[in-house]
Design a protein around this ligand. Structure first.
Ligand code: SAM
Ligand code: SF4
Length: 440
């Protein structure tokens, strides 16, 4: 291991909150004078920013550590390895024992990464999985250069305790960042090149402050920042979907018509066993209210198949819910028992082959709906935020207001907002033709 690392590489797995944390850790190491490298095997320090939500995600960390050591070893190198994120929080010292890594740091303690790296370089144990009362955010360097579409964590943790989920254990209780700190960070992101900000939280719509502004009040304040053209937020819980937030979808032009609102299952029996605290019917009525406020809203969500005790009739309820909701897109997962969660020890765990079959059928229905949603937007004109270059000469890629990937040919810069007619749709992307260049 190098005495003191000069180069680093951060690799993030899992959710957007991890992507945000990964960016902040990279900024932190850069502020210490280390240089970022894209080649993990050539870095002196590799930070694996892990996800613990499903078993596959956890096992991947251990195989990644093995592969990293092999690739670096072939170049005669032995990098310092730091494990961050939710696996670090959940497994703690077990990772040091099992994989002999140098640093373990939890998601609420990563502002201490430089100190932990220094301790590891000095041959000392370097583990920090504390959840301090004082927030890490005040210890992180400012935002400097970002993509046109940037993430901003506004809320962390979860008090909902869905019976399948590790998040309340790995990320701790629900905490909202202060209003002024968020507004300052949003302004800094815009100054650093952001045109769109996605507000992040495990339960982002539970964000609140002492003035009871609610997420909708925060969004209305951010809407006033010059140069910030688009606001999004993810992920929300149905029970925190207030009328104020629904009204913001009607009134606030920069709030994009997209809502990621996981329902998980269409069966009331399973929703109860999951401790979701909403029913199929209350979810459907909620979406009706959102659509009344913003008729073109693109609905997204998460589904779990094979929760313990899920029968074919329960699964049929999920399929029938999907048939009536018209999702623009959605994520679907096989249930994965997580150690320490109530569902992991429930009776009637569903066999793997039954889960496989249900996942396939659910995904076929969701793909059908995604294709239909995309096809229904053909013929519309909308603004595309250009995010990167495509593979073909002159091709640029960006996002529509409904979070669809759109490719177009044109002489545009990354960060431009371009008026585009949507001319054709595939399952995963659309083609657009430029009409007028909008404000940058
Ligand atoms: N807080 C958000 C919510 O409740 O919708 C999302 C949190 S979680 C990071 C993202 C998704 O992972 C969940 O919505 C759920 O569908 C899925 N998930 C969580 N725990 C799971 C488990 N044990 N097995 C399979 N999927 C799981
Ligand atoms: Fe996990 Fe449920 Fe909290 Fe979402 S609401 S993070 S699924 S416990």
């Amino acid at each position: 291991m190098p005495a003191s690392p000069k180069t680093f590489h951060v690799k993030s797995f899992g959710c957007q909150m991890n992507a945000y944390d990964g960016e902040r850790m990279a900024e932190l190491m850069a502020a210490q004078g280390l240089t970022a490298t894209d080649d993990a095997a050539a870095a002196d320090l590799v930070v694996l920013n892990t996800c613990h939500i499903r078993e596959k995600a956890t096992e991947k960390v251990y195989s990644d550590i093995g592969r990293l050591r092999k690739d670096a070893g072939e170049q005669g190198r032995k990098p310092m390895i730091a494990v961050a994120g939710c696996v670090a929080q959940a497994e703690g010292a077990e990772i040091i024992r099992r994989a002999k890594v140098d640093v373990v740091v939890g998601p609420q303690a990563y502002h201490n990464l430089p100190e932990l790296v220094a301790r590891a370089a000095a041959g000392e144990a370097a583990l920090d999985t504390d959840m301090p009362v004082e927030s890490k955010f005040g210890h992180l360097p400012g935002r400097r250069k970002v993509n046109p579409s940037a993430f901003l964590t506004v809320q962390e943790g979860c008090d909902k305790f869905c019976t399948y989920c590790v998040v309340p254990y790995t990320r701790g209780a629900e905490v909202s960042r202060p209003f002024a700190a968020i507004v300052d960070e949003a302004k800094a992101l815009v100054d650093a090149g952001a045109r769109e900000i996605t507000l992040l939280g495990q339960n982002v719509n539970a964000w609140n402050d002492a003035e009871d502004r609610g997420l909708h009040g925060l969004i209305r304040a951010l809407d006033r920042i010059p140069g910030l053209h688009r606001i999004r937020y993810t992920t929300s819980h149905p029970n925190d979907m207030t009328q104020g937030l629904i009204d913001a979808h009607r009134d606030v032009e920069s709030l994009m018509p997209f809502l990621h609102l996981p329902v998980q299952s269409g069966s009331d029996r399973i929703l109860k066993a999951m401790n979701r605290q909403h029913t199929r019917d209350s979810y459907m009525r909620l979406i009706d209210r959102v659509r009344a406020a913003r008729p073109d809203i693109a609905l997204s969500g998460d589904f779990i198949v094979g929760f313990p005790g899920e029968t074919e009739a329960d699964f049929a309820d999920t399929l029938s819910l999907v048939d009536t909701m018209g999702h623009a897109q959605a994520f679907s997962f096989k249930y994965s028992p997580r150690p320490g969660t109530p569902a992991a020890t429930m009776a009637d765990q569903v066999p793997a082959e039954v889960m496989d079959d249900r996942l396939q059928r659910l995904q076929a229905a969701l793909n059908r709906d995604q294709q239909a949603f995309n096809a229904a937007t053909v013929g519309r004109t909308c603004t595309i935020l250009i995010e990167r270059r495509g593979k073909l000469p002159g091709q640029m890629l960006g996002k529509s207001p409904w979070l669809q990937s759109v490719h177009l040919i044109g002489d545009h810069a990354i960060g431009d907002l371009v008026e585009v007619a949507l001319v054709s749709a595939g399952p995963n992307s659309l083609a657009g033709e430029v009409t007028v260049r909008a404000a940058a």
